[in-house]
Design a protein around this ligand. Structure first.
Ligand code: PEP
Length: 248
């Protein structure tokens, strides 16, 4: 059985003081959650958030990680720095990183190997743009992102994939539950063909893209969907908690 995982991606929102406040509101609301609960916060919020989540079931995540151990990489943050603070999860290859900051499947692959080497659990984002979808290239794009992004990976135990159609992120448009389930099924099948049936069976694949309290239950009811990566709706404790506490 795959344990569902709901992860908030705060993006570039919340100061450290605001992070503490949000976590204090969130803790009692999610304490009986069935899914694993993660918050991926800005680097400057990590220490305050770590302190704020102490004694709760909320886990700490970052939004990126450098591919090198240390050195001349201005603006980057190493896995060791994240580990020392107590970070457990890290988002890699979010579409905003790919679109605005030049992330490629190759850099995603480098960051992924570094995260795994250092014991961080990666949440790797894949997904097609609206243009690619309209040109019916969704599966082709996903195949490239998965085969190149996960090149030379042999153990998927700690890996989570987030299928995030780019046209659904922050737009209010959500893929239908059936569509998301079908596309995630395609990814799972690709993993099965490439890495074997056991890997595919145990791999958690989230949906991301305007997931909110009103559509969480329907999405989470789908066979292939093991959770959500939540942007906008993770910034309000009640909304994020309502997604975490979706009822079967
Ligand atoms: C995201 O940032 O990964 C995301 C899914 O954002 P939103 O929920 O706001 O669409």
């Amino acid at each position: 059985m795959r344990k569902p995982i709901i992860a908030g991606n705060w993006k570039m929102n919340k100061t450290a003081a605001e992070a503490e406040k949000l976590i204090d509101e969130l803790k009692p609301l999610v304490k009986k959650s069935k899914p694993e609960v993660v918050v991926c916060v800005p680097y400057t919020d990590l220490a305050a958030t770590k302190k704020a989540i102490e004694g709760s079931n909320i886990k700490l995540g970052a939004q990126n990680v450098a591919w090198a151990d240390s050195g001349a990489f201005t603006g980057e943050i190493s896995a060791e720095m994240l580990k020392e603070i107590g970070v457990e999860y890290v988002i890699i290859g979010h579409s905003e990183r790919r679109t605005y900051f030049g992330e490629t499947d190759e850099s995603v692959n480098l960051r992924l190997h570094q995260a795994l080497k250092c014991g961080l659990k990666p949440i790797v984002c894949v997904g097609e743009t609206l243009f690619e979808r309209e040109k019916k290239r969704t599966n082709k794009v996903l195949k490239r992102q998965v085969l190149e992004g996960f090149k030379d990976v042999t153990d998927f135990t700690d890996i989570v994939i987030a299928y995030e159609p780019v046209w659904a992120i922050g737009t209010g448009k959500t893929a239908t539950a059936e569509d998301a389930n079908k596309t995630i099924g395609y990814i799972r099948n690709l993993v099965k063909k490439t890495w074997g049936a056991d890997t595919a069976k145990n791999l958690r694949i989230q949906y991301g893209g305007s997931m909110k309290p009103s559509n969480a239950k329907e999405l989470m009811a789908m066979r292939n969907i093991d959770g959500g990566l939540i942007g906008g709706a993770s910034l309000k404790a009640e909304d994020f908690a309502a997604i975490v506490n979706y009822k079967d």
